[in-house]
Design a protein around this ligand. Structure first.
Ligand code: FES
Length: 184
């Protein structure tokens, strides 16, 4: 496979074409925080915690490292004050889902009065169910600030199948609904 050379945080790195910035960075000992990424699932780019800055000429752009692929000559910064500010805000907006990163980015907890405290819309449950052929038993509903995860109406309830999907949920968002269904 063809390989490219790029620069991440001042370090020259060689990586196979098609590799994501996240994988290339981690393979070279450079850590980038993630939340919705899971090596067992296709990348989705939902949480944006892995944002890094790419530089082309005098243009800078933020991209999700878990989705963006390496390019010949690309210059990447995984941390600076802009990136840190964004990560801090993401952590606070989705509090407490990513609190393991709070100290590192100076996040101060739930500053935005977030009601959706147990779901960061990482979509791991939706992707896992679909990719492992368990079906569309959970889904994203609504758009923008109304976006949410819910159990797909009208599906046959199989406790074991639902539990398998939920085993991928870092927040436990749908657990109460599943328990309710089980009790019905
Ligand atoms: S880890 Fe990349 S967008 Fe969530």
């Amino acid at each position: 496979m063809e390989s490219v050379t790029l620069n991440i945080d001042g370090k020259p790195i060689e990586a196979a074409s098609g590799t994501t910035l996240l994988v290339a960075a981690r393979a070279n000992g450079i850590e980038i925080p993630t939340h919705c990424n899971d090596e067992n699932l296709r990348p989705y780019g939902g949480c944006r915690l892995c944002m890094v800055e790419i530089v082309r000429g005098d243009r800078k752009r933020l991209v999700a490292a878990c989705l963006y692929e390496v390019e010949q000559g690309l210059v990447v910064q995984t941390r600076n004050s802009r990136i840190d500010r964004i990560r801090k805000m993401i952590i606070e907006l989705t509090w407490p889902n990513m609190r393991e990163y709070a100290e590192e980015y100076g996040a101060e907890g739930d500053r935005f009065g977030n009601e959706n405290t147990d779901c960061a819309l990482c979509g791991k449950c939706v992707r896992f169910c679909m990719e492992s052929q368990l079906g569309d038993i959970v889904y994203f509903k609504g758009r923008g600030i109304h976006r949410d995860i819910d159990l797909t109406p009208g599906r046959d309830f199989d406790y074991d199948v639902y539990m398998k999907c939920m085993s991928f949920c870092p927040g436990g968002r749908l657990m109460n609904k599943i328990v309710k269904l089980w009790e019905e």
